[in-house]
Design a protein around this ligand. Structure first.
Ligand code: HMG
Ligand code: MG
Length: 308
C-alpha cells in the first residue's frame, strides 16, 4: 500500500493506552479505585479497547504493581477488550490469572532501548515471546505486538526502517494479529512516518498495523494523518495525553485521545466515541493526578463550556 488520501479509512478503532502507558509514567501514585473508575468511564465514553495494566517487574514499573487488583475490580462490559502488557511467560500467566482478554508483547527496533527497557537483546526478547505466543494460541488469547523506537531511539538516535520491518514481520510470523508501531520518544514527522510506512507496508498489510505516537515534539496528529493515508485504521492514544515510558527520558505522553477524536470527527471518520464524555474523563484523571490536561481539544472545549 502506498500513501493516498483515497486510502483514508471511514472507521477507526482507538486503542486506549492511558491506564497503562499513561499511568506508568506519572509521578503521583493513584489508588486502585481511581484506576478502575478511569477504565470504566473510558468504556462509558465509547472506547472498546482498553490497555488496563501491565504485568512486568513491579520494581521496574511500580505504578503498574497493582494491575491484578485493577483487573479484579473492573466491571466488565461485553464487547470490550481489556488488554495487558506482558514481557515474558510469567507476565502472561499473571495476565491470565487476572482474566485479561488480550495480551501485548513489546519488542524494540533499537538494541540499546531493548536492553534498557527489558534487559535483553532484541533476539533474546523474541525468544522470550515464543512461549508466550504458544500459550496464548492454546488459550485462544489474541496477542498484539509492539515495536518501540520505530522513528528514533533515545540512546542510539536514528533507527533503520528495514529493522522495524524485519522485527514487525517476525512478530507477525510468530502469531501477533497486529503490530503497533511505537514512536516512543515522539521525534517522528509526517515525512519520516511516510518513509517508514513506505518500507513496512510493502510487507505487512495496513489492516495488521496500528500507530502509537507519543507527542513530545507536537507531531502526533500530523503523523496520524500521514498513517491514515496508508490505510492504517487502528490508533493508540491516551486520554488527556497522559504518560510516557520511564526508560525513554524526556518523552511525553501519547497523543491525547480527545485530540484524535476531534480530528477524526472533523474528517467524518467514525470512532464511536462521545467526545464530551471523554473530555470529562480526561479532566477527572488530570485532577486526580494534580496535573494539567495535555489535550489541547479538552482545554479549548472546557474553556468554551465555562464561558457559555
Ligand atoms: P530481567 O531482569 O531480565 O528478568 O527483567 P529476570 O527474569 O532476571 O527477573 C528480574 C526480576 O524481575 C525478578 O525479581 C523477577 O522475579 C521479576 P527479583 O528477584 O529481582 O525481586 N520479574 C517479574 N515480576 C513480575 N512479573 C513479571 C516478571 N518477570 C520478572 N512478569 C523484565 C526483564 C522484562 C521483567 C524487566 O526488565 C521489566 O519488567 N521491565 C519493565 C519494562 C516496561 O514495563 N517498560 C514500559 C513498557 S514498554 C513501553 O512503554 C513502550 C510502549 O508503550 C510502546 C512505545 O511507546 O514505543 C509499549
Ligand atoms: Mg508508549
Amino acid at each position: 500500500m502506498t500513501s493516498s488520501i483515497e486510502n483514508i479509512p471511514q472507521k477507526v478503532r482507538l486503542v486506549e493506552v492511558g491506564p497503562r502507558d499513561g499511568l506508568q509514567n506519572e509521578k503521583v501514585t493513584i489508588g486502585t479505585a481511581t484506576k478502575v473508575e478511569l477504565i470504566e468511564s473510558l468504556v462509558d465514553a465509547g472506547l472498546r479497547y482498553i490497555e488496563a495494566g501491565s504485568f512486568v517487574n513491579p520494581k521496574a514499573i511500580p505504578q503498574m504493581a497493582g494491575s491484578e487488583a485493577v483487573f479484579e475490580q473492573i466491571k466488565r462490559r461485553e464487547g470490550v477488550s481489556y488488554a495487558a502488557l506482558a514481557p515474558n511467560l510469567r507476565g502472561y500467566e499473571r495476565a491470565m490469572s487476572a482474566q485479561a482478554t488480550e495480551v501485548a508483547i513489546f519488542a524494540a527496533a533499537s538494541e540499546r532501548f531493548s536492553q534498557t527497557n527489558i534487559n535483553c537483546s532484541i533476539e533474546e526478547s523474541l525468544q522470550r515471546f515464543t512461549p508466550v505466543i504458544a500459550a496464548a494460541k492454546s488459550d485462544n488469547i489474541p496477542i498484539r505486538g509492539y515495536v518501540s523506537c520505530v522513528l528514533g531511539c533515545p540512546y542510539q538516535g536514528d533507527v533503520d526502517a528495514d529493522i522495524v520491518k524485519e522485527i514487525s514481520m517476525k512478530l507477525m510470523d510468530m502469531g501477533c494479529y497486529e503490530i503497533s508501531l511505537g514512536d516512543t520518544i515522539g521525534v517522528g514527522t509526517a515525512g519520516s512516518v511516510a518513509q517508514l510506512l513506505d518500507v513496512v507496508c510493502k510487507e505487512i498489510p495496513a489492516d495488521n498495523l496500528a500507530v502509537h505516537f507519543h507527542d513530545t515534539y507536537g507531531q502526533a496528529l500530523a503523523n496520524i494523518y500521514a498513517a491514515l493515508q496508508y490505510g492504517i485504521a487502528v490508533i493508540d492514544s491516551s486520554v488527556a495525553g497522559l504518560g510516557g515510558c520511564p526508560f525513554a527520558k524526556g518523552a511525553t505522553g501519547n497523543v491525547a485521545t480527545e485530540d484524535v477524536v476531534y480530528m477524526l470527527n472533523g474528517m467524518n471518520i467514525e470512532t464511536g466515541i462521545d467526545l464530551e464524555k471523554l473530555i470529562n474523563v480526561g479532566q477527572s484523571i488530570s485532577n486526580a493526578l494534580g496535573r494539567s490536561n495535555a489535550s489541547r481539544v479538552a482545554s479549548a472545549l472546557i474553556k468554551k463550556r465555562q464561558s457559555a
